[in-house]
Design a binder for this molecule. Structure first.
Ligand SMILES: [Ca+2]
Length: 552
């Protein structure tokens, strides 16, 4: 479990006390809200003693003045430490299905302009070996919010649909719940996908009733969400547990790229407008909480570039890569809008921005030069590699156990603390965000929480940190374990969408040396059986441990 770190004490050391001694020997605190360090106390006492030996002022008088001044000054140490100024705001942006190759700064060959993400990366730290705990939506979101692998819950494979039963029990602590307990205001704007508990009237859903579960029951003070991925009905907005409008419109099923399942839709949810709606709601939240007494945590799970690939009309034809390329550009612009909201609110320096994705891109990639792809025909869900590699150099696609399934962009901007343009190469998992943020906020976590979360706070200042091997998980439930350069897949295929799909726990397993084979082309398990054996045992040990036990 993460050790609690007293960030406030560090902040105390960073301030200077403007204190002096008047001619009469009275301690003058020019700025009584700024705390005193031990060094400052020495600077106060030494002049007092010198004045005493020069017999300028009676010693008792001077000591009385010092005690009085300290009485007023030292309580300020506590109050200063408790103010929002000493703890940063946090904005956690989670793209849906954005691959590493979609961000130009990570893939210089990409033809999609992503200036806002490139700038975000340049202004902060890029984690080059960041992984989602699953290669699909729901389990990654569970892991991100709870710091715990989702395969420890009842959901062992796949995702929830839009009407899915709530996945988290009331016992489970989320990042939002932990930060709220520590005095943060907490909000979410975007895609939930962890179950909501729609009420029923007989066999039918009763959309006039509030949902029984959701962000508002898991630590979020305010919420504006869609239930699940934007291709799952019901297509509705839910604000603080209640639908903003009744879903009175029928929504027909659509094929790719505007892929949608049949269902009901509210008039105020228009697919092409959802990213703009999220940006607008995010701006409102930031604007209304930027100057509050409490710091805030805002979780912004975007809905793109996940299907339906329906960019706003102003992005049509912005790239030469079809609707998907245009949609990635819009996601980038949405990030730019959020960055502008932060700047407009003048909270840039004391706000942590984390940007990542919940799994890799669903756009497949082929090297076949004769293949008719998404550029030639927008209904094709695949690019030729000379057009675009949505998942960069990594093998596979969303849902797979191979790297394309779960290796994602991961940027951290924190102007007060993180050097611009830096990189961290240690392996991290999105489950680690929990321990990192709670450590920054000074939250003491109990042992029932965040089983699989390790704070990477040291990495933000260029230091290494200890972490157990990361466990990967595919849509079908196939496991892999990553330890240093080695990756062992406990199955004989992708475990997802790419061929061969294989089956979990079926041999031969796959062992890759990622230091020399990032594309996972060469299974070296026959050459290193002892490594495979060690990793298999380590994977089983991690799977069997669960300090938080029955609490899903
Ligand atoms: Ca996703």
């Amino acid at each position: 479990m993460p050790a609690s770190r007293d960030l406030d004490s560090r902040d105390l050391d960073s301030h200077d006390l403007s204190a002096g001694v008047s001619a009469a020997g009275v301690v003058v605190l020019r700025c009584p809200n700024i705390p005193i360090s031990p060094r400052d106390v020495v600077w106060i006492i030494v002049p007092l003693l010198l004045a005493h030996f020069r017999k300028q002022v009676p010693i008792m008088h001077r000591l009385l003045c010092f005690v009085c001044a300290s009485f007023f000054a030292f309580p300020c140490m506590t109050s200063a430490a408790d103010t929002s100024e000493s703890r940063p705001n946090v904005i956690l942006i989670l793209a849906d299905d954005m691959g590493s190759g979609d961000v130009q700064v990570l893939n210089p060959e990409s033809k999609i302009q992503t200036p806002h993400l490139d700038k975000l990366a340049g202004d902060g730290m890029t984690f080059t070996d960041a992984h989602t705990p699953s290669s699909v939506c729901t389990p990654t979101r569970y892991g991100l919010l709870t710091g715990r692998y989702c395969w420890r819950t009842r959901l062992k494979s796949g995702v929830l649909n839009g009407y899915g039963e709530p996945l988290m029990t009331s016992h489970r602590v989320t990042i939002a719940g932990a930060l709220k307990e520590a005095g943060y205001h907490t909000g979410i704007v975007g895609k939930w996908h962890l179950g909501l508990g729609f009420q029923k009237d007989g066999k039918n859903f009763d959309f006039t009733q509030p949902v029984s579960d959701g962000p508002h029951t898991h630590g979020f003070d305010s919420s504006f969400i869609i239930p699940a991925s934007l291709d799952f009905p019901p297509y509705v907005y839910i604000r603080n547990g209640e639908l903003t409008q009744f879903p009175s419109l029928p929504q027909a099923a659509n094929g790719f790229p505007a892929y949608l399942r049949q269902g009901e839709r509210s008039p105020d949810l228009v697919m092409e407008n959802v990213l703009d709606d999220i940006a607008r709601e995010t701006d409102r939240y930031i604007d209304s909480h930027a100057s509050g007494d409490e710091p805030f945590f805002l979780y912004v799970p975007l809905t793109g570039p996940h299907k339906p690939v329906l960019p706003h009309p102003r992005f049509h034809g912005k790239t030469e890569l079809g609707p998907y390329g245009d949609f990635v550009m819009q996601v980038d612009e949405t990030v730019g809008q959020i960055m502008k909201s932060i700047d407009d609110a003048e909270i840039r320096n004391n706000t942590i921005v984390i940007y990542t994705s919940d799994n890799g891109s669903f756009m497949r990639c082929t090297d076949n030069p004769d293949f008719v792809d998404h550029v030639d025909d927008e209904t094709v869900q695949e690019y030729r590699s000379d057009h675009h590699r949505a998942n960069g150099p990594y093998r596979g696609t969303k849902a797979d156990i191979w790297e394309a399934g779960h290796r994602v962009p991961f940027f951290v901007r924190w102007p007060d603390q993180v050097q611009p343009g830096t990189k961290a190469t240690q392996t991290v998992c999105l489950t680690d965000v929990f321990a990192t943020l709670t450590e920054i906020a000074g939250v003491e976590m109990d042992t029932r929480s965040a089983d699989d979360s390790y704070s990477f706070l040291p990495a933000l200042s260029g230091k290494s940190f200890e972490r157990a091997p990361v466990i990967h998980h595919s849509v079908s439930g196939m496991f892999a374990i990553r330890d240093g350069k080695w990756k062992l897949v406990l199955g004989n295929g992708s475990g997802g969408r790419e061929q061969p799909r294989g089956k979990r726990d079926q041999r031969p397993y796959q062992l890759f040396d990622l230091s020399t084979d990032i594309a996972e082309t060469n299974n070296v398990i026959a050459d290193h059986p002892e490594v495979a054996d060690r990793l298999e045992k380590a994977c089983m040990a991690i799977r069997e441990q669960s300090p938080s036990g029955r609490h899903e």
